[in-house]
Write a protein that binds this ligand. Structure first.
Ligand code: GNR
Ligand code: NI
Length: 169
């Protein structure tokens, strides 16, 4: 297992569209382990491969209290079952560190995905799991939490994070 670096907004690599996974081999398992290790290290409840600079459609999630229920979703696809019911959640993102913004998303969704062995699966996630799967799947499409807020706010976050980055160098 290897701890990876997490890209920070506005890194252009966060805007890439990730490629579908077609080969389910040991390399994929080892990459998923790296993602989980990195997510746990940085105290996240989810992480997308895009965030470590690997543009492949892989996400990992653990929303459990004890941090002992890792979940891996390969090639996740979201079907909105019902457009009317939406809910807001105060979201955070490891690629937008220290900013929290409310994002409104559909509540009733169905997720189709492959497991690590390539088997096709389908779930209807409840509550937070549905929110996090949608947040992570956005990453695979180059979309970030900050795209849901006003461009003025987004610009302010962008300059703050850029300034922080230059300080660290
Ligand atoms: O750690 C995270 N917390 C979180 C809180 C609310 C909604 C989504 C998330 S995901 C985030 C980790 C992350 O950036 N995943 O891409
Ligand atoms: Ni994120």
């Amino acid at each position: 297992m290897t701890l990876r670096n997490i890209l920070v907004f506005p890194d252009p690599r966060l805007r890439e569209i990730a490629q579908e996974v077609k080969v389910f081999d040991e390399k994929l398992k080892s990459l998923s382990e790296d993602l989980l290790e990195t997510m746990y290290e940085f105290k996240g409840i989810g992480l997308a491969a895009t965030q470590i600079g690997v543009p492949k459609r892989i996400i990992v999630i653990d929303i459990s209290e004890e941090k002992d229920e890792p979940q891996v979703f390969i090639n996740p696809k979201i079907k909105i079952l019902e457009e009317e019911e939406k809910a807001g959640y105060e979201e955070g993102c490891l690629s937008v560190p220290s900013f929290y913004e409310e994002v409104i998303r559909p509540v009733n969704v169905e997720i189709s995905y492959n497991d690590l062995d390539g088997k096709e699966k389908k779930i209807k996630p409840a509550g937070l799991l549905g929110v996090v799967i949608q947040h992570e799947t956005d990453h695979l499409d180059g979309k970030l939490m900050v795209d849901y807020i006003s461009s003025t706010k987004r610009e302010r976050i962008r300059s703050k994070l850029l300034r922080l980055k230059k300080q660290k160098k």
